[in-house]
Design a binder for this molecule. Structure first.
Ligand code: NAP
Length: 298
């Protein structure tokens, strides 16, 4: 049985595409006595609309793989409840954006097979029980702890049964950084300016901070040994993604509009913390973090 911890947009996307008799959702510890199943409408890109009905997990002993699709800020707490109940050999795949939460999990359970995934699949939930596969992408999965290495091929094969494109990635950290760069350069601007991704490109606030932001990120990446990108390359990458997703609402803007906690602590906030550890100044990341936090309910 494949367990899904975090029955939100991304968790329900994977759940809808995996072989149905092999998937169960893990309930919140504070959930009311749960109904036996979770049902929702799934709008697939290729096959139209389906009703999905999947069980809540009855026995943790049944799990052979755990996909963790909570937000970054909820992940450690959610796993602290469940991992002590799972066999030590069960691979755990972390799907969170940003950085920081993955390392906390790997540090907390270094002997367990912990993997991280970086995905460009897009899913959203316009209504509580309707999930839309909004964009086809690709997913890279790689090991964070030594015992995850021998599990990688099997995990990728299980995830690929969805029909989604899934790659094994030995070096997952640089992949996570690539996505972090784009998120750090787009999400806070869209949240602060309350605009779709493409509209940041001509905005004075973006134009006056983007080069300094890219300088900070390039210096951090070089210090961490994640390649030696030039600030100009980072800016080009950020602007290309903003152009290609011009009408999209970023998850951070969506969180602010829906009065939910954002993942800023794991995006620009992570870069600020890393900078303070490495003694690299990060004033633009700090400014963006502060401004997003002022808009956020928590
Ligand atoms: P989401 O819709 O907010 O889903 C998160 C789910 O986790 C919610 O259903 C939440 O329940 C649940 N949860 C929180 N704490 C929990 C706990 N202790 N135990 C069990 N469940 C718990 O977020 P999402 O869009 O799916 O994103 C999840 C992660 O994937 C984020 O890090 C995001 O950056 C990343 N990601 C998402 C996408 C995407 O297209 N959506 C793409 C790439 C990466 P409640 O609803 O009850 O709060």
């Amino acid at each position: 049985m494949i367990g899904i911890l975090g029955a939100g947009s991304l968790g329900r996307l994977w759940a809808a595409l995996l072989p149905q008799h092999q998937v169960a959702f893990l309930p919140r510890p504070d959930a009311d006595p749960a109904p036996a199943t979770l049902s929702y409408t799934f709008e697939s890109i290729q096959d139209g609309q389906h009703t999905i009905s999947l069980p809540w997990l009855q026995s943790p002993d049944d799990l052979s793989l755990l996909l963790v699709t909570t937000k970054a800020g909820d992940t450690l707490d959610a796993l602290q409840h469940w991992l002590p109940q799972l066999r030590e050999s069960v691979p755990v795949v972390l799907f969170q954006n940003g950085l920081g939460s993955q390392q906390r999990v790997a540090d907390a359970w270094p002997a367990r097979p912990i993997l991280a995934a970086s995905t460009t699949e897009g899913a959203n939930r316009p209504e509580p029980n309707r999930v839309v596969h909004a964009g086809i992408g690709e997913t890279w999965v790689g090991p964070l702890t030594p015992s995850a290495r021998p599990k990688l091929a099997g995990v990728v094969a299980q995830l690929a049964t969805t029909g989604l494109v899934v790659h094994a990635e030995d070096q997952i950290l640089p992949r996570l950084w690539q996505k972090l760069v784009v998120n750090a350069g787009i999400n806070p601007f869209t949240a602060i300016l309350d605009c779709p991704n493409g509209d940041i490109l001509a905005n004075d606030f973006f134009l006056s901070h983007i080069d300094s932001l890219c300088n900070e990120i390039a210096e951090l990446m070089a210090a961490e040994g994640i390649g030696i990108p030039t600030p100009g390359e980072l800016r080009q990458r950020i602007e290309a993604v903003a152009r290609n997703t011009a009408r999209n609402t970023s998850s951070m803007r969506g969180d602010i509009l829906n009065r939910r906690r954002t993942e800023i602590d794991f995006i620009n906030g992570y870069l600020v913390q890393l900078g303070s550890r490495l003694d690299i100044p990060t004033p633009v990341n700090q400014l963006l973090t502060d401004k997003v936090k002022q808009l956020s309910p928590h």
